[in-house]
Design a protein around this ligand. Structure first.
Ligand code: 2P0
Length: 313
């Protein structure tokens, strides 16, 4: 009994930050993301005598993976597993490795154990483990919204083939996990209620901007959602400050590019990397500009890619 699955990380343009009360890891706000290509998580699962988890070649005892396996075993007959997962990009540095990780893990288990779940069912299970993982089950533009809180494809990758330039400003794991950060924001920030109340309007406007392929409208909405989320993070106690000096310099550089006529927008997650999303015609210019920002260690470029898939074992 063995299977291998692959999944790509996704980047939210309308951000998820905060959970609804109660079980099931239900987000407090809807989100809209793009699934990437090039950056890939590959996960194999094999039946074994006891659970044995390896991440990037090292044995790990990961509480979220254990919780995910426990959750699956309450629903399905799943034997002890050896899980080997490898990322082709820095883990836990704001590049959504938990999104691609849980999407690949659940897809591999589905194939290995013959569960025959469709992508929507796998998306619900992935959400319970890590909400952003629900979105990596699908390719292109993807929504994650109530009332059912499973991800849904909005536009295929070639429906609007945007490019993504990622400026890596640090490769160390972040100090505060997203789950802990979200809890802190919900419990301590005076901005949490207005954040939660205003999210649906941002989400619906962004869905319309994507449907219309209106880059300027999407840029305004995505940067607003990103900066509002970081305002929420900063206003938590103690404040969550995920940016470094190079992060801020990249944001100014993206805005200067846009003022000079480039179709580009920035977004930043719970880490110091900057993701610049642009039209293909502006990719080279955006890449060159971000590469020259002091403190940028590496620049990756990707397009939009497919949802999680199982490979032949
Ligand atoms: C997002 N992030 O929408 C937001 C923006 C980070 C900032 O989803 O607690 O790892 O496992 O559900 O999905 C990262 O949080 O959190 C995330 P859990 P997750 O992409």
């Amino acid at each position: 009994m063995r299977a291998v699955a692959h999944a790509h990380p996704n980047i939210a343009l309308i951000k998820y930050w905060g959970k609804a009360a109660g079980p099931g890891n239900v987000p407090a706000v809807p989100s809209l993301s793009i699934t990437l290509d090039t950056l890939t998580t590959t996960t194999s699962v094999t039946a074994s005598e006891a659970d044995d988890i390896w991440l990037n070649g090292r044995r790990v005892d990961d509480a979220k993976i254990r919780a995910c396996l426990t959750d699956l075993r309450e629903r399905f007959d799943i034997p002890p597993l050896t899980v080997r997962t490898d990322n082709s990009f820095p883990t836990a540095a704001g590049l959504a490795s938990s999104a691609s990780g849980f999407a690949a893990l659940i897809t591999a288990i589905d194939r290995a154990c013959g569960l025959k779940l469709d992508a929507t069912e796998r998306s619900v299970l992935a959400r319970r483990a890590s909400a952003s993982a629900a979105r990596s089950m699908f390719g292109g533009f993807v929504t994650l919204a109530g009332p059912d809180w499973h991800a849904e494809p909005l536009l295929e990758p070639d429906g609007w083939p945007l490019r993504v330039v990622i400026a890596i400003t640090e490769t160390l794991p972040k100090a505060t996990s997203s789950s802990a950060g979200m809890r802190r924001s919900a419990e301590t920030s005076p901005y949490f209620a207005p954040w939660a109340e205003s999210a649906a309007a941002d989400f619906h406007a962004a869905v319309e901007a994507v449907r219309a392929r209106d880059f300027a409208a999407l840029a305004e909405l995505a940067e607003h959602s990103c900066l509002k989320m970081h305002g929420l993070m900063l206003s938590s106690r103690p404040g969550l400050l995920y940016w470094n000096a190079a992060t801020v310099a990249c944001l100014h550089r993206v805005r200067a590019l846009r003022e000079a006529g480039a179709a580009v927008l920035f977004t930043v997650d719970a880490g110091p990397q900057v993701k610049a999303v642009c039209l293909p015609a502006d990719e080279a210019r955006v890449r060159d500009a971000l590469q020259s920002v002091p403190g940028v260690q590496q620049v990756l470029t990707t397009g939009l890619g497919p949802g999680a898939w199982a490979a032949a074992s």
